[in-house]
Design a protein around this ligand. Structure first.
Ligand code: KIV
Length: 296
């Protein structure tokens, strides 16, 4: 009988991720924002966990990602890291955490590493090379992020597919090449046409990880809550839902509410009891355990 190969228990490292370029085995990344979702990602054997600044919209209820701070991100990176997952934990640098000065940038990247991240991610291309170089110089691995960069939502005029025009496509390829040269160990490509993602993937020596960027990338990432159907308010074209957890959770909570209201929860089995003689002695219930059991 065939047995499953034992899972490598060693945590995944940046060099492991880097080596996957051209290996034929795509990288798998999901977002997670807390210990339980990190445990799910770990048990599902993904390669990378991204504590994304999508935290703002997915978990904290904001309309965009501009509201989260480096301290918010560190708080959630730490929660993920406490689960001690095998996948590489990547902490997202939020808006304004890498825009002011290189000192401030490096200090903020270090906050995420001290919270438990093995690498950080930041949005932007050639404009952000100083930031990338400074963080890499501090021995912190950096993942780039090009295409639809949600922190630029106002400048971009909304959450739209990027790189549809020739100049814009060329700019993404040039940005990717510059990021790789500056030391990024991987690059997320978000919401770009598949042909553009393919050219980028062929142009850079580091893995590309796509979200809404087609199948030619070296890996794929999805937001946890989208892929398990915990957030069903908007389903972008690139999301494939593998579960309907919001529906399942709503049904479960409604059943609980119903059981409470009709008196069937908690049952005797779901209740702590004292011995019958003590019950009688202190006259708590006026019913023996057997009588109580019979009523539930
Ligand atoms: O914040 C995030 O979740 C991300 C992914 C969409 C790549 O940056």
């Amino acid at each position: 009988m065939a047995t499953e190969a034992p899972r490598d228990a060693r945590p995944l490292t940046v060099p492991d991720v880097r080596k996957r370029k051209g290996s034929g085995t795509p990288l798998v990344m999901v977002t997670a924002y807390d210990a339980p979702t990190a445990r799910v990602a770990d048990a599902a054997d993904v390669d990378l966990i991204l504590v994304g600044d999508s935290l703002a919209m997915v978990v904290l209820g904001y309309d965009d990602t501009l509201q989260v701070t480096i301290d918010d991100m560190a708080h959630h990176v730490a929660a993920v890291a406490r689960a001690r997952p095998r996948p590489l934990v990547v902490g997202d640098m939020p808006w304004m955490s890498f825009h002011l000065s290189t000192d401030d940038t490096v200090r903020n990247a270090a906050k995420l590493v001290r919270a438990g991240a093995g690498a950080v991610k930041l949005e932007g291309g050639r404009k952000r090379l100083d930031a990338v170089r400074a963080i890499v110089d501090a021995e912190i691995p950096v993942m780039g992020h090009l295409g639809l960069t949600p922190q630029s939502v106002h400048a971009l005029g909304g959450f739209r597919v990027q790189g549809k025009e020739l100049d814009a496509a060329r700019a993404i390829v040039d940005d990717a090449t510059a990021l790789a040269e500056a030391g990024c160990f991987a690059i997320v490509l978000e919401c770009v046409p598949d042909a553009v993602a393919r050219v980028v993937t062929e142009a850079v020596p580091v893995p590309t990880i796509g979200i809404g960027a087609g199948r030619h990338c070296d890996g794929q990432v999805l937001v946890f809550h989208d892929l398990v159907g915990l957030d069903d308010r908007v389903t972008p074209r690139f999301v494939r839902r593998y579960a309907e957890l919001k529906h399942d959770a709503t049904v479960a909570v409604a059943r609980f509410a119903n059981d409470v209201r009709n008196g069937t929860f908690p049952s005797s089995k779901e209740t702590y009891h004292v011995a019958d003689d003590l019950t009688a002695a202190i006259g708590i219930y006026g019913a023996t355990n057997a009588e109580a059991d019979a009523t539930t």
